[in-house]
Design a protein around this ligand. Structure first.
Ligand code: DX5
Ligand code: ZN
Length: 216
């Protein structure tokens, strides 16, 4: 079944706990947590202290998407804070294999994210180490950007390269009712959406229903 992951970057941080609990009641599959360092990407967001608070507010799986340089330095902090999956960027992680092994040694799911301009073939070398491949469908750094259509072919190519391994193919950025069908048809099985879910005029539950509906 298609998984839906609200990205809390677009949530109302003055009532983050409530919003996360509402996602759980509304049928979200997991929570997507965006950490940015102002170095790998031109924005600074949230870190392990906030993740701990999210952990206390729901029982959903939490995926920590680390848009940070030297991600290995922070993996243990995010694991301790309660992340279930830790996703690092292929562009920011020279010793990718080692970092993925580190994440798994902590008992967490390991993911790799790829930026729009990064070709998919480097992933072949770690395809047996990862639980999730996160295809960035915008340039990371900000919510509310427009979906980049050129990433669709890469989703299809990664889906083919996965073979029958149980790897999730996630897409992140600009996912809404207009883009969801294409990404699913090209092989995505986990949709990350921030703006569409948290800024939907009829609320979180309606947004999730619309995404599932539009995906068919
Ligand atoms: C972007 C983040 C995304 C972002 C998605 O750098 O990784 O997870 O929150 O936001 P929307 O859905 O608004 O494009
Ligand atoms: Zn993200």
């Amino acid at each position: 079944m298609l998984k839906i992951a609200p990205s809390i970057l677009a949530a109302d941080f003055s009532r983050l706990g409530e919003q996360v609990a509402e996602c759980e009641r509304a049928g979200a599959s997991l929570i997507h947590f965006d950490a940015m360092d102002g170095h790998f990407v031109p924005n600074i967001t949230i870190g392990p202290v906030v993740l701990e608070a999210v952990r206390r507010s729901c029982t959903l799986r939490i995926d920590a998407h680390l848009m940070v340089s030297e991600a290995d330095r922070y993996v243990e902090d995010f694991a301790r804070a309660g992340a279930d999956s830790i996703i690092v960027h292929i562009e920011a992680t020279p010793h990718l294999h080692r970092v993925l092994e580190h994440i798994k040694s902590l008992g967490k799911r390991a993911g790799v994210a790829v930026n729009p301009a990064t070709p998919p073939h480097g992933l072949d070398e770690v395809v047996n180490e990862v639980d999730q491949i996160l295809v960035m469908t915008v340039n990371p750094g900000f919510g509310g950007q427009s979906f980049i259509r050129g990433t669709l072919q890469k989703i299809a190519s990664i889906s083919e390269r996965r073979g029958n391994r149980p790897i999730e193919i996630a897409v992140d950025g600009g996912i809404d009712r207009r883009t969801v069908r294409d990404v699913v048809q090209h092989g995505a099985d986990l949709l990350v959406a921030g703006t569409f879910i948290f800024r939907h005029p009829q609320g979180i539950q309606q947004a999730i229903l619309e995404l599932r509906d539009a995906a068919q």
